[in-house]
Design a binder for this molecule. Sequence first.
Ligand SMILES: C[S@@+](CC[C@H](N)C(=O)[O-])C[C@H]1O[C@@H](n2cnc3c(N)ncnc32)[C@H](O)[C@@H]1O
Length: 218
Amino acid sequence: MEERFWLESWAEGGTKTSFHLREVHPHAALLAEQGLLADAAVLVPLCGKSVDLLYFAEHARRVVGVEFVPEAVEQFFADNGLTPAEDPPGVFTAGNLQIRRADLFQLTPSDVGPIDLVYDRASLIAFPEDMRARYVAKMIELIPPGARYFINTLEYRPVLPTPPFTVGPDKIEEYYGRHFTIEHVRREPRPDHRMVEKFGLDHLTEHGFLLTRKPLAP
Ligand SMILES: C[S@@+](CC[C@H](N)C(=O)[O-])C[C@H]1O[C@@H](n2cnc3c(N)ncnc32)[C@H](O)[C@@H]1O
C-alpha cells in the first residue's frame, strides 16, 4: 500500500491499526526457542510499534526496526517509557534497539549493517500482489547469504482487497524459492482469528516460514 494509506491508518487508529498486538507474537518466541536470537542482529521491516521489538531487544544482540510513519515510531517509544537518542535525524536508538524512520525501499544493506535474522510479521502481507515483487526484491538485496528470514503469513478465503492480504506456501515458494531454502515451520488453522468473524471468512490459517539465504550464485 502507498504511504498515504498508512499515514491515514495511524492517524485514525482503532480498527485501522488492529494489526498491532498487545502481546509478543508466539512466532517471535518460537525464534528464541530455536536459538536463533542468541547474539543475533535482527532486522524488523515495517515494524509499526510492535512489542516484538522489545522481545528481540531482550533476547538478541541488536535490533533494527524500519517504519516510515512518525506517529508509529513516537508511540512505540512513548508507550514503552523509552527516551531514544535521535542521531542522525530519523534514526532513533535506545540501548541495543534502533528504529529507522524511513521508507524500507530506500534502505541499503550498509544502513542496517550485518544482519543474522529478519522477522517479517504482517509485512510481506501488507502489500497487494502488484507491489509485492518490489518488497521481495528489497528483502533479497538486504539479506546476506546464510542469514535467516522468518515470515509470518495469513492464508484465507474469500480474498479481501485490503491488508493483510492472503499469502500461502505456494506464493512463498514462488517469491523466494530461487534465493532461499524454505522450511514451513508452522501451519495453524485459526477459526478464532478476529478476521474470520469480521469478514465472514470460510477459513483462515496462520503460517510460519523459516528461510535461509542461499550462497550467491558464482
Ligand atoms: C500491517 S503493519 C505491521 C506492523 C508490525 N509488523 C506489527 O506486527 O505490528 C505495516 C506497517 O508498515 C509500515 N509501512 C508500510 N510501508 C512501509 C514502507 N515502505 N517503509 C516503512 N514502513 C512501511 C506501516 O506504516 C505499518 O506500520
